[in-house]
Unconditional design. Structure first.
Length: 299
C-alpha cells in the first residue's frame, strides 16, 4: 500500500496534539475518519505509531523516531511545491538562449534586458553561436530557444518567423559609389569585397543572379572586422543592417543593394519534444510581441 501525503499530515498533527480529536479538527476531518487514516498508515508501514486508550494517546518509540524524518520530508515537499510555484510565477528559474552574433548586438539583447527588468530572479544564459552550430545546441537541450537565420528543415525543430533582415553595402565615405543612394550588384562587381563568412551564400547568390562570378578578396568572421577593413580602404563589405546601430560607422556609409535585395529570414527556434520552461515560454511570447516592424526604420 502506498503512503499518502494526507496520512503523513495526520500523523504529524496527532504527534503534535497527542489527541486524535484535536488532530482531526486541525486537518478538517471527523474523528472516526481520522482514526481510520492513522490505522491505514500503520497498516501500510506495518508498525504501530501510537498507543491509545479511551483516556490518552501516546507515541510509540518507532513513532517518535519517524516523526522528525516525516516532518523533514514534509518540509521538503512544501519547499518543492513552493519552488514550482515560484518558477511558474517567474520568481525563479532559468532561461538559456542561443543567438547569432549579429543579432546579439542589439535587438535580442534589448529584449533580454527587458525580460530581466521584469523578472530579475530568473537566471539568464546567452550563448552566441553561428548558424551551423545552433541545431546541436537545441537538440542536446543546451539551450531552450534560438534566434537565428532560417535553418535547414529538421524533424525535431520547430520555428516561427520573426522578421526579415536586410543586408547592405558599407563603404568608405569618400568612395566614388558613396554618392549613390542605392547600389546594384553589378556596380560593386569590380570592387575588392570583404566577405562575411556567415553571409557568404546570400552574397554569392546575389552576384550569381546577375551573372557575375565574384570571389571575395578578404573574408571576415565578424562584422566589426569587416567594417574596420572597409574603413582602412581594403574594399567594400556587405553586412546585416540590424547590427549597424550598435557599431562604429565613423568614416563609413551604408547603401541599400537592389536587384535583388539581399535579405535573411530571422526565426525563433525550439526543440519540438522539449517542454519549454515558464521563463522560456514568456520570453518567446515577448519576442513574438516585439515591435519588429521598427527594423524598417533602420532602412
Amino acid at each position: 500500500m502506498r503512503i499518502k501525503l494526507r496520512q503523513i499530515e495526520g500523523f504529524l498533527a496527532a504527534a503534535d496534539a497527542l489527541s486524535f480529536s484535536r488532530a482531526a479538527e486541525r486537518i478538517g476531518m471527523t474523528q472516526p475518519a481520522f482514526s481510520q487514516l492513522i490505522r491505514d498508515l500503520e497498516a501500510a508501514l506495518d508498525v504501530r505509531l501510537f498507543d491509545r486508550s479511551t483516556r490518552r494517546v501516546r507515541m510509540t518509540d518507532v513513532g517518535m523516531q519517524l516523526r522528525e524524518q516525516m516532518r523533514r520530508g514534509l518540509r521538503e515537499i512544501d519547499n518543492a511545491c513552493n519552488n514550482a510555484r515560484a518558477i511558474t510565477r517567474l520568481k525563479q528559474g532559468q532561461l538559456s538562449l542561443a543567438v547569432l552574433p549579429s543579432l546579439a548586438l542589439g535587438l535580442v539583447t534589448g529584449a533580454l534586458a527587458s525580460f530581466h527588468g521584469r523578472y530579475p530572479e530568473v537566471k539568464l544564459r546567452l550563448r552566441e553561436a553561428r548558424t551551423p552550430n545552433i541545431p546541436e545546441l537545441l537538440l542536446s537541450h543546451e539551450v531552450d530557444l534560438a534566434v537565428c537565420s532560417r535553418l535547414p528543415a529538421h524533424d525535431s525543430l520547430a520555428f516561427e518567423h520573426l522578421f526579415d533582415d536586410e543586408l547592405v553595402v558599407v563603404l568608405p565615405r569618400g568612395h566614388a559609389l558613396s554618392q549613390r543612394r542605392v547600389l546594384q550588384w553589378r556596380q560593386i562587381a569590380d570592387e575588392p569585397l570583404i566577405g562575411l563568412q556567415a553571409q557568404a551564400q546570400l552574397i554569392h547568390d546575389g552576384f550569381a543572379q546577375n551573372g557575375i562570378d565574384k570571389q571575395t578578396e578578404h573574408e571576415a568572421l565578424n562584422t566589426v572586422t569587416a567594417l574596420s577593413m572597409a574603413r582602412a580602404g581594403f574594399g567594400v563589405t556587405i553586412v546585416p543592417l540590424i547590427a549597424l546601430p550598435e557599431l562604429n560607422l565613423r568614416g563609413l556609409v551604408r547603401r541599400c543593394l537592389r536587384g535583388p535585395q539581399p535579405t535573411r529570414e530571422i526565426c525563433l527556434y525550439r526543440h519540438m519534444e522539449h517542454a519549454l520552461s515558464p521563463a522560456a515560454e514568456r520570453f518567446g511570447n515577448m519576442l513574438r510581441e516585439a515591435p519588429w516592424h521598427d527594423v524598417e526604420t533602420l532602412r
